[in-house]
Design a protein. Sequence first.
Length: 360
Amino acid sequence: MDITELDPQTRPQDDLYRHVTGKWMARTEIPEDKARYGSFHMLAEEAERAVRDIITGIADLPSDPVERKVGDLYASFMAHERIDEQGVTPIASQLAVASNVETISQLLDTIARLVRHGVSGFFGLFVDNDPGQPDRYLVFIEQAGINLPDESYYRDEKFASVRDAYVSHIQRMFELIDEELPSVNGGASAAVRAQRAFDLETALAAAHWDNVRTRDAQATYNPLPWMDVRERILRASSARIAEHAAGEMSATDGGTPPPADLETWLIALGAPRKAFDTVVVREPSFLEGLGRLLVDFQLDEWRAWLMWQVVHSAAPFLPTRFVDENFDFYGRTLSGTPQQRERWKRGVALVEGSLGEAVG
C-alpha cells in the first residue's frame, strides 16, 4: 500500500474511503464512455487493448479455422460502412415472420426459432452445474421478456420518467424500421406498436420475481421434469380460457384460443430433447404468469412485442442511426454515460462475448 496516496485532509475515522482514495479522486476524471471508473476498470482497459492486438493480428493472418472465425467476426463488426449500406436487410425476414404470427401456437414456434438466432424470448436459458448434484449439468430456465433492468422499473413511481423515455425510444426504433420496411407495421403506427410492446413488457414484469427474491439460492433452485414445466403453463392458460368462456373477460382477438402448449416451443428450439428431461426453473410462478398472459393479450400486442425483441436484440449491430438511438436511451438516459465507446472497443467486447474460449 502506497501511504503517499493517503489523503491527509480527511481523517480515516471521519471518512475512510475518502482518506484512502481522496488524492486519486481529485486527479481522476471518469472517462466520457463510462458510467463509473476505478482500478479494475483501468486493468480491464489494458486487457482490452491487449486483446485487440491479438484479434487484429489474427485478422491479418487467418491460418486456422478458429482464428478465422475470430478475425472475421471482428472485421464484420468494424465494417460499419457496409453495415450502413445494408440497412435493416439482415433482420427483414425475422421482422416479417414476427409480424405474421396468427396463433399462440405459431407465436411459441416463432419465439423459439428466433431465440436460435440471438433474439431474446420470454425465457432466459443457460446450462450450469446442478447445485443439488454438482457432478452433472442442467438447463436453467429463468424469467425474461423485459428490456429495462428489472421489474421495479415498470411499477416504481421513481422510474416514471424512464418509462416515458423508454416508450419514446421503442417508437423511434419502430419509425426507423418503417422507413425501410413499412410492410411489417401491420397498419399500426409506430406509437401504437410501441405502446403495445411496452404494455406487454409491463405485464411480463408483473409476473417477475424482484431482485431480492431472485438472489435466494434455495427459492430459485427448482429442478422439475419437463412435463411439469409444460403442465404449469397448460393449466394456467386453460384456467384463463375457462374464464373467457364464462364471459368474465374478452377473449384474445375475439375468439377463444387453445391452451398454450410449451411443447411447441421446445420442438422449435431444436435443442437435444434429453437435455430438457429435468430443468431448473428459477422462478416457478413466472410459468403460471406467462400461461395467463398468452391468453390475456391479443396477438397484435404479442406481435408488437416480438418485433421489438427482434429490433432490440439486433440494435448494436444495425446501421449507425439504430446504434445511436439505442445508445441515447440505454447509455445516456438509463446509465448516465455521456459518450459511446469507440467502435473497436465494442468490437472486442463482441468477440470476447461470442468467442471468448477461442480468444483465450
